[in-house]
Design a protein around this ligand. Structure first.
Ligand code: DX5
Ligand code: ZN
Length: 216
């Protein structure tokens, strides 16, 4: 099981400090939520932010692009030091090409799906990706409530993986806390993104330990 804390709920004026804290707390990836104000109604970081935080940590930077036409930004994020680039199935008509672009950059490729998008619609690209991100909230903001119907989609992603021999990790993102993480683990998830659960706690490091215990 892996923990991928999201810096969306960090103190943006103290990003380096808040990333070190995640490293000390045993994070596996640093999840970077990139929003463009078009694909989702919020604006956050760009490739320059990724370049700025790259020297702060050795952990893989797991960049979740919630942007329209991600094909325009792949090279910039790869050059900035992204280790995983995840793009939304809904964000471009050319998802297959975008996945190829990511892999051409020597970066791991992920595909994300909104709660309303069926996993089955990814069938022709599932063999190409390193990670499938099942969104467990509608993307755009931290601190939203987990959508229980998404559990079925995690199960589908797991069943397809086993049936076809695919190698992708199954990541969940949104509303993740101890109980919801447990449910997602039972459904087949292995990488857990959490933002507000960690950063809103008085002691983020022990909060991370609690979450890892819940899924171990
Ligand atoms: C939502 C983002 C998430 C978000 C999760 O659009 O993709 O990564 O930060 O935040 P929490 O854990 O607070 O739901
Ligand atoms: Zn995310």
């Amino acid at each position: 099981m892996k923990l991928a804390p999201s810096i969306l709920s960090a103190d943006f004026a103290n990003l380096a400090r808040d990333i070190r804290l995640l490293e000390e707390g045993g994070a596996d990836y640093i999840h970077v939520d990139v929003m463009d104000g078009h694909f989702v109604p919020n604006i956050t970081f760009g490739a320059d932010t990724v370049a700025a935080i790259r020297p702060v940590t050795k952990l893989p930077l797991d960049c979740h692009l919630m942007v329209e036409y991600p094909e325009h930004y792949i090279e910039n994020f790869a050059k900035a030091g992204a280790d995983i680039i995840t793009v939304h199935a809904e964000s471009t008509p050319h998802i297959h090409r975008v996945i190829q672009l990511i892999k051409d950059q020597g970066v791991k490729a992920g595909i994300a799906v909104n709660p309303g998008t069926p996993i089955e619609s990814l069938i022709h690209v599932l063999g190409l990706v390193d990670l499938v991100l099942v969104m467990t909230v509608n993307p755009g903001y931290g601190g939203q409530s987990f959508i229980p119907e998404t559990l079925k989609k995690i199960k589908t992603a797991k069943e397809l993986k086993e049936r076809e021999g695919y190698t992708y990790e199954i990541q969940v993102d949104g509303g993740i806390a101890e109980q919801t993480a447990k449910q997602c683990k039972e459904a087949g998830a292995s990488v857990f993104v959490a933002g507000s659960y960690i950063y809103n706690a008085e002691d983020p490091k022990s909060q991370m330990a609690l979450l890892m215990d819940a899924v171990s």
